[in-house]
Design a binder for this molecule. Structure first.
Ligand SMILES: NC(=O)c1ccc[n+]([C@@H]2O[C@H](COP(=O)([O-])OP(=O)(O)OC[C@H]3O[C@@H](n4cnc5c(N)ncnc54)[C@H](OP(=O)(O)O)[C@@H]3O)[C@@H](O)[C@H]2O)c1
Length: 292
């Protein structure tokens, strides 16, 4: 199986390189560093030319514009990477018969629900990033390509830019951290998304298609997540003292982009496909530290 992986140096891209090692893997990064080729996924001609020239069986798109706050002022860059690029990718996949695996986000929802969002629930993004990701989903569905859109949330890893790494850095610098305690979600390690993608792809033609939610099970707040991160960091000797964690409200930490207050995703559909439950977020966090 020949797989084209884009965004190979992101959080998820890094773990996908490992998880997709069973395949003939062609990896791209934006500038070509540490990869087989350069690909700016916002460049629709380059996207189409590469897919047509390479003729992969599967395209796994781990590239995305993920700067949620900056997207509010960089609308075109967000739309290029998250909407127009994936649309071009999907059309090239439709033309060449390749399958497209793409990742999307809980930010397509507004967070006003009180129960886990299912795949078919109404979307209503609160900001440019969520809107750009939603337009990417819609372009892929409209392309006629065989595709699997995996919506995930609160992604972290021991590498890259994420909440876990920010907490460890700030916790080493400060005695007290103020952390938002009124947003609820599902922290999900990049390795879980990568390993699940590999499992699904290894089914070949029997792999599910359409849209699925892929997050660890259970829920917490950013404050609860931070608390668990410092528990694990202490247990593994990465820190010798915990900072004091002060719960705050979203309103006390204004950001350019609004975030959903409740972004819990129901994974019932994917769990049925897999035939087994997804790990609890707290166990997945512990494993992330063990295997770091
Ligand atoms: N992070 C989260 O909490 C989260 C939550 C929900 C869903 N997701 C989704 O999960 C997927 C993976 O995200 P991630 O957490 O791995 O993000 P990430 O760590 O920010 O990685 C994104 C990658 O995309 C690359 N990229 C950005 N713009 C590009 C462009 N125009 N052309 C080529 N490459 C480009 C970045 O390269 P540079 O380093 O050169 O910028 C980076 O390697 C994305 O679809 C994202 O929307 C993420």
């Amino acid at each position: 199986m020949k797989i084209l992986l884009t965004g190979g140096n992101g959080q998820l891209g890094t773990d996908l390189r490992r998880a997709l090692g069973f395949a003939e893997l062609v990896t791209t990064t934006r500038n070509g560093e540490d990869a087989d080729a350069a690909l700016d996924v916002g460049d629709v001609d380059a996207v189409e030319n590469l897919i047509r020239a390479l003729g992969p069986d599967v395209v796994v798109n781990a590239a995305a514009y993920t700067a949620v706050d900056r997207a509010e002022s960089e609308v075109d860059a967000a739309l290029a990477a998250n909407a127009r690029g994936p649309g071009a990718m999907a059309r090239a996949c439709a033309a060449t018969g390749a399958m497209l695996v793409h990742y999307s986000t809980d930010y397509v929802f507004d967070g006003a629900s009180a129960q886990p969002y299912r795949e078919q629930d109404a979307t209503s993004p609160l900001g440019v990033y969520g809107l750009s990701k939603l337009e990417g989903e819609q372009a892929i569905r409209a392309s006629g390509a065989r595709h699997l859109i995996l919506r995930t949330a609160w992604v972290y890893a021991m590498h890259g830019h994420n909440f876990l790494r920010t907490m460890l850095r700030l916790g080493a610098e400060r005695d007290e951290l103020r952390v938002v305690a009124d947003q609820t979600g599902c922290p999900t390690p990049a390795w879980l998304i990568a390993d699940t993608t590999a499992r699904l792809l290894s089914r070949g033609d029997a792999m599910p298609a359409g849209t699925r939610h892929l997050v660890a099970s259970g829920t917490t707040t950013w404050h609860g997540f931070a608390d668990a991160i410092f528990d694990e960091a202490l247990r593994h000797g990465l820190i010798d003292r915990r900072p004091r964690l002060v719960p705050i409200a979203t309103a006390d930490y204004p950001t350019p982009a609004r975030r959903p207050a409740y972004s819990v995703l129901s994974t019932d559909a994917l769990v049925a496909d897999l035939g087994e439950a997804l790990p609890h977020w707290r166990d997945a966090l512990a494993l992330t530290f063990v295997n770091r």
